[in-house]
Design a protein around this ligand. Sequence first.
Ligand SMILES: O=C(O)CCC(=O)C(=O)O
Length: 283
Amino acid sequence: MNPILSSAQVEHYHKQGYLVLEQFVPGDWLQQLNSVTEKFVDESRTSDGSDPRFDLEPDHAADNPRLRRLNSPVDRDPLYWKFAAESLLVDLAEAILGPNIKFHHSKLNFKCPRGGEEVRWHQDIQFWPHTNYDLITIGVYLTDVIKGQGEMGFIPRSHAGDLYDQYEGDVWRGYIQDADLAKVNVDDAVFPIGKAGTVTVHNCRTIHGSYPNHSNHERPLLLQTYTAADAFAYTDLVRNSRHGEQLIRGKVARWARHDPRPCLVPPAKVGTIFQAQQDELFS
Ligand SMILES: O=C(O)CCC(=O)C(=O)O
């Protein structure tokens, strides 16, 4: 059997902190995922504010749904869970994390046409600290994504550098402050685009972000995060998810593995990245 990743691809992930696989997800999965996703976009029309299910832009309206995120899709429809826990994504996760894997969480981020919001440069692990850094997020573009459509950008090799403070004074911002960004090679960022089914994989320390969507097309990006089974969470972010921290392959770990590099911890009320970055958490 051919391995799902070549050794060069695995090496690319480990050296660069990210990987891109063009048209990796087969069409039948995409078709099913897009059809269930349409149903949720439609349901969001009747919501008049963000709730545990939908994260909405402030000007969201029934006749103009401005959905930023479907929170925890694996808890909303069994298809998202099947995709996260039983599809070729798990083989991909195993190629990088090894044989023992837990699912951590998922989210479906949209960027509305001619809008959407910038996601400022950040690292993920400060949102959900663990005992080590063997966590990856696999992003799936559910539609074709062209340049300027709010594609995600990654700063190569940043996973091997510092973890940055994502507070500003006492306020949790969920992004890297300008003084620290000056130390980061932002000009080296790569912004992968591709046909529907293109996949990105990034390490939980990799600095990444995205600009608003300047195109006329929506940008739905389905993100699922996996952890090595011996990475244990310091916080209970996924307590409300049926599947949070569920073992999906291999064996349960009895010992936590600790990376000596310390991890910043977020406040108890962390919200979504959009709420933190747009300063909506306490408003
Ligand atoms: O949706 C995006 O463009 C980026 C999302 C992201 O980086 C995150 O949710 O952590």
